[in-house]
Unconditional design. Structure first.
Length: 368
């Protein structure tokens, strides 16, 4: 990236000092969320876009914190000058959701009643809770209506929830690699991940950072984010050493990669947050209030929709995106759908792809 296009950002904090009621019936006595903004809000305040993060994401979606910073935000491929979410045109807002572990109120926040981290005492939050807290941030920023709400995976579910819960507060929803609810298989993956954490002896002793359990959960998750083809191309059956050791040490390159990913993740993420995020995924099912009829759930939505899937994504396969499209068509809503060739699996939504970027650019500037 040239220095002229370097996006240097600074986190900000929004504090809500009233009681915030959660979907579960639990309450928070106020909360804080950390967020970042990219680009400039125009005078009409009509160019604002909300970016919603997935399971392990956070507020740092794009840019760097200094010229020396070598690690840009998680969606830097798509957010920035002349990119899909063009910061020369749009005002982009990205936040760390409630229950997160990167500065927003969550399990690693201090409980004022105990002067210790909340840990497991932080209440479970849902996609609806996140959207309601995001709406409070919208009000704080004095943005009457988002031009678009966008996200991939769990972020795409939040975009759907916005269209359902606050239909007059967004013009466009971009739902990428998502689903109207989790499949049984996906709930099963999440349960194995949770049990990896919960059964870690360090976690049972009250340690909020059980590195082995959280590392295993991440390893499992990472397998589901990649396609067979991408793993084959990157690692194949290549050995770490010259010959087989006939033991249980790392021998294949893919083993080394997964262990590295698990160990690295467990140093920077909070286990309780991981548990909360997977539960939010499991609970997402907005159609349950309408006898499972998703089209009926979408009846009051007013925005236009762009639904994107990736052919190699087996965690949230194209068929799940088509369920959303079919429901929107049945509800007589404006919807565009794109199924993209990509070998990166579920992680494709994070990657640079010309067709992907052009679809988002065209949708954002269109009148639909």
């Amino acid at each position: 990236m040239s220095e002229s296009n370097l996006l240097i950002v600074e986190p900000k904090k929004f504090s809500f000092n009233e009681v915030f009621k959660l979907e579960s019936g639990e309450k928070l006595n106020g909360f804080e969320v950390v967020y970042e903004t990219y680009g400039e809000l125009n005078k009409q305040k009509s160019n604002a876009i909300l970016i919603c993060h997935a399971l392990s994401g956070n507020h740092h979606a794009a840019g760097v914190y200094s010229k020396e910073d070598i690690k840009p935000g998680w969606w830097d491929e798509l957010i920035g000058p002349d990119k899909a979410f063009d910061t020369n045109k749009y005002f982009i807002v990205s936040l760390n959701n409630l229950g997160g572990c990167h500065g927003s109120s969550g399990p690693n926040s201090i409980n004022p009643e105990t002067n210790k981290e909340f840990g497991s005492e932080f209440p479970i939050v849902t996609v609806s809770d996140w959207v309601n807290s995001q709406n409070l941030l919208r009000e704080e920023l004095k943005i009457d209506k988002w031009l678009s709400v966008a996200g991939g995976s769990l972020g795409g579910m939040q975009a759907l929830q916005w269209a359902i819960e606050f239909p007059d507060k967004l013009s466009k929803a971009i739902v990428i690699a998502a689903a109207p609810k989790l499949s049984t298989q996906n709930i099963a993956f999440n349960e194995v991940a949770r049990q990896s954490i919960i059964s870690d002896p360090d976690f049972e002793k009250g340690d909020a950072h059980p590195q082995k359990g959280l590392g295993l959960a991440r390893m499992l998750g990472h397998i589901t984010y990649l396609s067979e083809e991408s793993m084959k191309n990157k690692f194949g059956r290549d050995l770490k050493k010259e010959k087989l050791g006939y033991d249980y040490d790392v021998e294949f390159e893919i083993e080394s990669y997964l262990r590295y990913q698990g160990a690295n993740f467990s140093k920077t993420f909070n286990a309780h947050t991981y548990l909360l995020m997977t539960k939010a995924l499991d609970y997402f099912d907005p159609a349950r209030m309408n006898d499972g009829i998703f089209a009926k759930t979408l009846e009051n939505s007013l925005c236009s929709f762009l639904i994107i899937s990736f052919k190699s994504d087996w965690r949230f396969p194209p068929e799940r995106s088509k369920e959303i499209v079919d429901a929107l068509i049945e509800a007589e809503k404006k919807v565009s759908y794109l199924n993209i060739d990509s070998i990166q699996g579920h992680d494709s939504f994070l990657m640079k792809n010309d067709r992907y970027e052009n679809a988002i650019k065209s949708f954002l500037k269109s009148d639909v």
